[in-house]
Every structure is written in structure tokens, then in C-alpha cells.
Design a protein around this ligand. Structure first.
Ligand code: TYD
Ligand code: MG
Length: 561
């Protein structure tokens, strides 16, 4: 060991012991209580005595540990086998500490997680941990050397693409298939998210029953429904309510992934359903069930199982307060398909849409109604908006339908306007930004010549929705015109577009997705900006007519003829 290194060590030791002593007077003042140092000091006692003052050499000693790594103060390559705190470097197995809350990994233990500041959540984690678990369970960990590149023609040989997917029958099955882009793809991992109580368990139990009763070969096929939330009796109870009596439907209440898959595989199920990812855990992985590390590892294990055995897995995922799927975002990256089930609190309608689909489009929308005997497909979704008071809305002036998006979800909302001539009441706006409403009213007066200034105008968005997107401008303008002209807008027309100060109609993002939803909901006509008409023209929208208009005048001439 070089003299300069020795000086540095001595200084560090000196400062460390001083500090420890200040903090804890009970620490014995003995070199042997610091074994990692004592060895060196005992060996080098003579050189210690050569130097009279530690403080004297201190500044130079610090500089030794500062320079470019790999060299000492003299520019010579150093052979450090000790790190800055005197621990032996590397050589031994590396452990990491993983936060059970956020999944942050650290090389060192800290009292609090340095990512999310949670206290006491760091758990010891050895990198080889999951490999240990996987011993004897080959589906848990991919084995290198098992697979090799294959020719596309060999991959597809003998596969009939039409019969490849697991089909779902009847109106309910068709509605689910539509969202999946066909039947269930063998070996796929499908995540179904949604608010608590929206009907996820019901949906998957119905799908399970459908496959268990009749598979693609016309024969019953085993399906395993695993629940970590409910007992088999509770699931049985629900099945009874849904009049399900499939012989081949197996119920299993368990939460350990290894056990779940190990016990399901011998049944050779056609499909496995896991309710829910937040309640299952994988042994050997840090954190409790539902924690980020567990959610990620469990999903990865399920994916590997699905790919290896070609058994599709349908997985339920919870949703956080903000509407995102609970757990790390990586979850959505791992799975093949993400479906989202939504429904208004006081409405029995449920919408199933796909947020991600490796095997189909994400524009499809499944519409169901929650009845006493489970989910039923809604045959004519446009009726959803024709509640009793609006069934005669062909005669109700001042009502227009806007199409807005929230994240990747599309909503149709009704905008109401009331123009009361001779009223002295001030303008009232509900659910629309007041400044935006003022602008649209002024544009209507200036660019179309409507004499709105003699009216008190009330605007309202039905069912308490907030219209925060400019895509709703056109519907607001149309509702005002309809009320002012006392000309009802037929209830099968939707409006999409932003209104500019010149009265011109402007494109809004994701036109195609909006128009698709409108068409799926059974509307007959959609008014869009002229610039959008061309790009939309080539797509078939289930017989819905798409009319492009340049400005508000054209809209009035088209709709209020
Ligand atoms: P559930 O599938 O348990 O919801 P999730 O799994 O998403 O939490 O559905 C619960 C709700 O559905 C519950 O409020 C009752 C209602 N429901 C019906 O209206 N009819 C039915 O036939 C069933 C089974 C449930
Ligand atoms: Mg449930």
C-alpha cells in the first residue's frame, strides 16, 4: 500500500471515529472495534509514527480521493480494494433494496425511499431472486437456448387464421369480440380495467361461461376462473344469479401466482381468468400484493405462462381515483390488450373500449346494459341518449350533440341553449367556459347575422359534464341557432369542430376516433369541418353521412333548411 493511500485512510478513520464518538459516547475507543481498519493500522504502525501531525497532511490526503478515478495523486494507477467508507469493494454478491411502494431500487439501505419518501418500505432484494423462484417452474422464467429464429411460412403453416381465435357467440359475445378485434387470441394477456362495481367480474364470468359451454369445436372446454377477492361460494352465487351452469367452469380462490398457474395447467384450460392483478403475488418478490414490484412481476409471469402454453389469460385490474389503471404504467406495456369498462353512476349502460390492442383496432366500442341477470348487449346504442324526455326531441329546439374526448375516451354530450327574447336576465352559462360562450355568441352575431343581442341566452351541458374542449364549439353554436330560429335539430345529428373568430370551422385532433364513436352509437349524420371531410371520406362509418362545412353559415344552411 502506498504512503499516500495510508494517509488518506488514516484521515478517514480519524474523522469517522471522532464523529461516532461525538454522536455516541458509548462507542469503545479501540481500533479493533473497526476490523476493516484495524488490520491496516496494525500493519502500518511504524509509518504512523513517522508522521507527527495528522492535521498537517489532511488537505493533501483528501485530494488523493478526489482526482480522476483510477489514478492516485501522483498519476499512478491505484489498486483500490477499499471504497470511501472503508468497505471492501465488490467481490461479494450484490444486493439491492427495493421500495415496496414505488419499486425504486437502491444499492444501499436507507430509512426512507429516496424516490417516494415512504418510510421503512425498502426491502432486501437479491438480483437472482426471481430465478430462484422459477426453479422447476419453467414458465416463470424464459430459458435461453430453447427457441430459435423461424421462417414466417413455418410459423403460419397449418394455422387457419379464421379459426385461430377463440370465438365468442351471440349478441353479448359479438359485442366483446368487436372490442377485441375478433375472438380471444390464444396465448394473449388481456387486462380489463374499470371502476369498482362497474361489472368487470360479471363480464369475465360471462365470458368464461360462454367458452366453457361451447368452444370453437362445438364442445365444452375447461375454463379456470381464479379470484383473489372472492371465495368460490361468492363466485358461485354470482354465477347462479347469471344462470350459469357450465360443467367445465372451474372456480379457484387463491392469490399465489405459482400455485394458481401450477394447479390450472393440468386442466389444460382454454382460458384462464384472474380477478384481480392487485390481489395476487409471486413468492420471492419484494412487497405486498398490489405493490408495483409485485404487480409487474406477476404480470410478467402471467405473460410468460400465456406465451409458453398458448393459454390466453384475462386479467382484471383496478383503477385509481384519477382514472388510471392502478400499479405501474409498465403493466400496460407488458399486456397485449388493455380493455376499459366504464359507466355512469346512475346509469345501467356500460361501455367497453380498448385502450391498447396488439391484435385489433382501439376504436371499437362495446355497449352493454347491466340488467338483473348480468350484462346484455345493447342492440341499438343510439337509444342510450333517447331517454324518455328526449324521445320527441325532433320537436325540441335548442339541443345539439357534441363529441368530446377525455384522454383516449370519447363522450357524446348534449348541449342545450335557450334564447329568450325580451328577457332582461343576464347571460347564464353552465358547464361551458363563459369566455368561450361569449366568443361563440359574438361570432354568430357578426359572421352569420343572427340578431342575438336582443335575447337573454342560457347555455347548459346536460348531466353536469364540463365541456372543456374546443371540439364542442360547433355544438354550442348549433344549439344557440336552433333555439333562436326555433328549429329543432333532428336527434341523430352530431357536431364536431372548433369555431374560429371568422366563423370558420377548424379541425380538432382525433377526428376519426370521434366520428367512429358517433357512427357506432347509431347516428345518421355528423357535421365536421370541411378540411376533415376529405381525410374521413375514405373510411366507412356504418352508413353515417359525413358533411363537411367551411363556416357557420354553411352549417346553418345545411342543418336548418
Ligand atoms: P361486479 O362485476 O362485481 O363489479 P366489479 O368486479 O367491476 O367490481 O359488479 C357489481 C355490480 O353489478 C353490483 O353493483 C351489482 C351489479 N350487478 C347487476 O346489476 N346484475 C347482475 O346480474 C350482477 C351479477 C351484478
Ligand atoms: Mg370484482
Amino acid at each position: 500500500m502506498q504512503v499516500s493511500d495510508m494517509r488518506a485512510l488514516r484521515l478517514i478513520f480519524y474523522t469517522k471515529t471522532q464523529r461516532l464518538h461525538r454522536l455516541n459516547p458509548s462507542i469503545p475507543n479501540s481500533l479493533s472495534s473497526f476490523p476493516q481498519f484495524s488490520r491496516h493500522f496494525l500493519h502500518s504502525t511504524p509509518s504512523l509514527h513517522h508522521s507527527n501531525s495528522t492535521a498537517e497532511t489532511a488537505p493533501r490526503a483528501w485530494s488523493i480521493y478526489d482526482p480522476a478515478p483510477g489514478t492516485d495523486g501522483n498519476g499512478n494507477a491505484k489498486k483500490p480494494n477499499l471504497d470511501i467508507v472503508g468497505n471492501k469493494k465488490k467481490g461479494k454478491a450484490r444486493l439491492s433494496w427495493v421500495c415496496a411502494d414505488c419499486g425504486h431500487s437502491d444499492g444501499q439501505w436507507w430509512g426512507t425511499c429516496r424516490q417516494c419518501n415512504a418510510i421503512g418500505t425498502l426491502k432486501r432484494f437479491s438480483e437472482g431472486g426471481s430465478a430462484e423462484v422459477s426453479e422447476g417452474k419453467t414458465w416463470l422464467s424464459p430459458k435461453a437456448g430453447e427457441s430459435r429464429p423461424m421462417r414466417l411460412t413455418d410459423v403460419n403453416r397449418g394455422i387457419n387464421q379464421l379459426n385461430w381465435r377463440i370465438p365468442l357467440y351471440g349478441p353479448f359475445g359479438n359485442e366483446v369480440s368487436r372490442v377485441l378485434g375478433g375472438g380471444i387470441v390464444p396465448g394473449s394477456l388481456v387486462l380489463v380495467g374499470g371502476d369498482p362495481g362497474v361489472g368487470k367480474s360479471t363480464l369475465l364470468l360471462q365470458i368464461a361461461a360462454m367458452i366453457a359451454e361451447r368452444n370453437d369445436l362445438g364442445q365444452p372446454a375447461p375454463v379456470v376462473y381464479v379470484s383473489g377477492e372472492e371465495s368460490v361460494e361468492q363466485i358461485g352465487n354470482r354465477a347462479d344469479r347469471l344462470s350459469i351452469g357450465a360443467d367445465e367452469l372451474f372456480l379457484y380462490s387463491n392469490t399465489e401466482i405459482g400455485d394458481i398457474l401450477g394447479k390450472s395447467q393440468p386442466l389444460s384450460p382454454r382460458v384462464i381468468i384472474v380477478d384481480s392483478i392487485q390481489t395476487v403475488y409471486l413468492e420471492g418478490v419484494a412487497g405486498s400484493a398490489g405493490g408495483p414490484a409485485q404487480v409487474k412481476e406477476c404480470t410478467s409471469a402471467l405473460l410468460r405462462f400465456a406465451k409458453k402454453t398458448n393459454i390466453p389469460i384475462l386479467l382484471i385490474g383496478h383503477v385509481t381515483k384519477s382514472g388510471d389503471l392502478a400499479g405501474p404504467h409498465v403493466l400496460e406495456h407488458i399486456v397485449d390488450v388493455v380493455l376499459y369498462m366504464e359507466g355512469e353512476k346512475y346509469s345501467s349502460y356500460r361501455l367497453l373500449r380498448s385502450l391498447k390492442n396488439r391484435f385489433g383496432s382501439t376504436d371499437e366500442l362495446g355497449v352493454f346494459e347491466m340488467s338483473q341477470s348480468g350484462l346484455q348487449a345493447v342492440s341499438n346504442p343510439s337509444e342510450m341518449f333517447l331517454s324518455d324526455q328526449y324521445s320527441d326531441s325532433e320537436y325540441l329546439a335548442g339541443l345539439a350533440v357534441a363529441v368530446i374526448m377525455d384522454g383516449s375516451r370519447t363522450f357524446l354530450i348534449e348541449v342545450q341553449a335557450l334564447c329568450a327574447s325580451g328577457s332582461t336576465a343576464a347571460r347564464q352559462v353552465n358547464g361551458i367556459q363563459a369566455s368561450r360562450a361569449d366568443m361563440i355568441i359574438s361570432v354568430l352575431m357578426k359572421q352569420t347575422g343572427l340578431k342575438l343581442q336582443e335575447n337573454a341566452i342560457f347555455l347548459n351541458v346536460v348531466s353536469g359534464v364540463k365541456l372543456s374542449e374546443t371540439a364542442g364549439d360547433l355544438a354550442v353554436a348549433a344549439a344557440i341557432c336552433s333555439s333562436f330560429l326555433e328549429f329543432p335539430i333532428p336527434n341523430n345529428i352530431a357536431f364536431i369542430g372548433e369555431v374560429g373568430l371568422g366563423g370558420e370551422l377548424r379541425m380538432v385532433p382525433r377526428m376519426e376516433k370521434r366520428v367512429n364513436t358517433v357512427a357506432k352509437l347509431g347516428y345518421k349524420m355528423c357535421i365536421v369541418p370541411k378540411s376533415a371531410e376529405k381525410s374521413l371520406g375514405s373510411h366507412g362509418f356504418e352508413g353515417m353521412e359525413i358533411i363537411g362545412c367551411r363556416n357557420l353559415k354553411e352549417v346553418i344552411n345545411t342543418v336548418f333548411r
